[in-house]
Design a binder for this molecule. Structure first.
Ligand SMILES: *[C@@H]1O[C@H](CO)[C@@H](O)[C@H](O)[C@H]1NC(C)=O
Ligand SMILES: *[C@@H]1O[C@H](CO)[C@@H](O)[C@H](O)[C@H]1NC(C)=O
Ligand SMILES: *[C@@H]1O[C@H](CO)[C@@H](O)[C@H](O)[C@H]1NC(C)=O
Ligand SMILES: *[C@@H]1O[C@H](CO)[C@@H](O)[C@H](O)[C@H]1NC(C)=O
Ligand SMILES: *[C@@H]1O[C@H](CO)[C@@H](O)[C@H](O)[C@H]1NC(C)=O
Length: 346
């Protein structure tokens, strides 16, 4: 996701510099309100940029970490990433950049404090990325005011508390990554529910691994078109079967290291899925023969569950990880290649 965003920014910058070649003074000329907001942001960050953000010209669109719309001259993207010795909190002055669509704080371990309410004023924000920082406190409920949001990446921080139900109402939000935090509580049942009603039919991406989330998969998730789901290393329990189904768009599913408990015999994998990681749960029943019909299932791991019966022989030929005994070990009474033959148990 991040690579495609950076590529997008790069392509836009290249295009705009080509289009504006020979008119660079006009291109760099930014709106006075945006320039004032940037200088306030820099002041709040201890004048980190003062050497590079020259305060005596009006060319703030060419400043480091800033991107403008080439036609309006309004600041649309602000991205702080991998800056050595960058410390402080996310400044309230960000609210002054009213045309912002992309805001990114990435790989900045010196950035701490809570996500400020000022962010809720950025009503045009489409992508909010605060990742690999020391930001703490809750995932704020006011993020539900960002009605244009499509991507929310709050991974690798120290956020705690529950996932606010308010973000479930966002109509375009199709990618949520809050992995590697200290979240607790259950999944909001209506997460992504507005997406299925929108005309765009964007598939959903949900990454919540390495938290302390609990509860079960909401029944409503059966109606969401997921492309990727990673709920690994949490405390989820109960039935995960609403995520399965032969007609789903799901490409990757990781439910490892939870307490899911359901009968696997009754589920089907979608045709295009390439990873189904289910190890370290309490899943029972058997491995459906249908799993062997999935052409690109490169990674299937059902180890450390309570499965029984024969591993479908159709799973074996030419499948990279599925022939690995470590993907099937530690079940109740699973047998057949790559495990010992079934009759050897008798
Ligand atoms: C970061 O801080 C350290 C210690 O204060 C200093 O030695 C180093 O030069 C600083 N790096 C930059 C790029 O400012
Ligand atoms: C959002 O963007 C549109 C188009 O760029 C602009 O007209 C509008 O004023 C922006 N919203 C705010 C709150 O500035
Ligand atoms: C997760 O939450 C449970 C209580 O629900 C608690 O006992 C446990 O210590 C928590 N684990 C972590 C790693 O925070
Ligand atoms: C799992 O479901 C199958 C039918 O789909 C049933 O035959 C089997 O008894 C169930 N296993 C358990 C352990 O409930
Ligand atoms: C499958 O999961 C088990 C348990 O976590 C692990 O030991 C094993 O390495 C995994 N196999 C593969 C191929 O990833």
């Amino acid at each position: 996701m991040k690579t495609s965003i950076s590529m997008g920014v790069l392509v836009v910058s290249l295009l705009s510099s080509l289009l504006m070649d020979g008119a660079s003074s006009r291109k760099d000329h930014c709106h006075a309100d945006d320039r004032a907001a940037l200088l306030s942001i820099d002041a709040a960050l201890g004048n980190y940029f003062s050497a590079r953000w020259t305060s005596d010209d009006r060319a703030c669109c060419s400043w480091a970490s800033v991107h403008c719309d080439p036609f309006s001259g309004r600041v649309t993207d602000l991205y702080f990433a991998q800056l050595p010795n960058f410390t402080g909190t996310i400044p309230d002055a960000i609210a002054g950049l009213t045309h912002l669509t992309v805001l990114e704080f990435d790989h900045l371990p010196g950035v701490s404090g809570a996500i400020p309410p000022a962010i809720a004023k950025l009503s045009n924000l489409s992508e909010l990325i605060i990742s690999w920082t020391s930001v703490s406190g809750p995932v704020p409920s006011f993020l539900g005011k960002l009605t244009q949001l499509t991507l929310l990446d709050l991974s690798f921080n120290s956020l705690s508390g529950e996932i606010p139900a308010s973000i479930a109402a966002l109509p375009y939000l199709n990618s949520i990554d809050i992995s590697r935090n200290r979240l607790t509580g259950a999944l909001p049942p209506l997460l992504f529910s507005r997406l299925s009603h929108s005309s765009s039919q964007q598939p959903a991406y949900l990454r919540l691994s390495h938290n302390n989330l609990s509860g079960s998969i909401p029944a409503e998730f059966a109606g969401v078109e997921f492309a990727q789901v990673d709920l690994s290393r949490n405390a989820f329990a109960g039935d995960a079967s609403p995520l399965f189904g032969v007609a789903k768009q799901l490409q990757y599913l990781d439910l490892s290291r939870n307490a899911f408990s359901f009968n696997l015999s009754g589920v089907e994998l979608p045709e295009q899925i390439n990873g189904a990681l289910l190890s370290h749960n309490a899943i029972y029943g058997g491995i459906p023969a249908q799993f062997g019909d999935v052409a690109h299932l490169y990674a299937l791991n059902v180890s450390y569950n309570r499965l029984c019966g024969e591993v479908p022989s159709s799973l074996m030929p030419g499948q990279s990880s599925s022939s690995d005994v470590f993907c099937f070990q530690h079940n109740k009474c699973l047998c057949g290649a790559p495990l010992p033959p079934c009759n050897s148990l008798i």
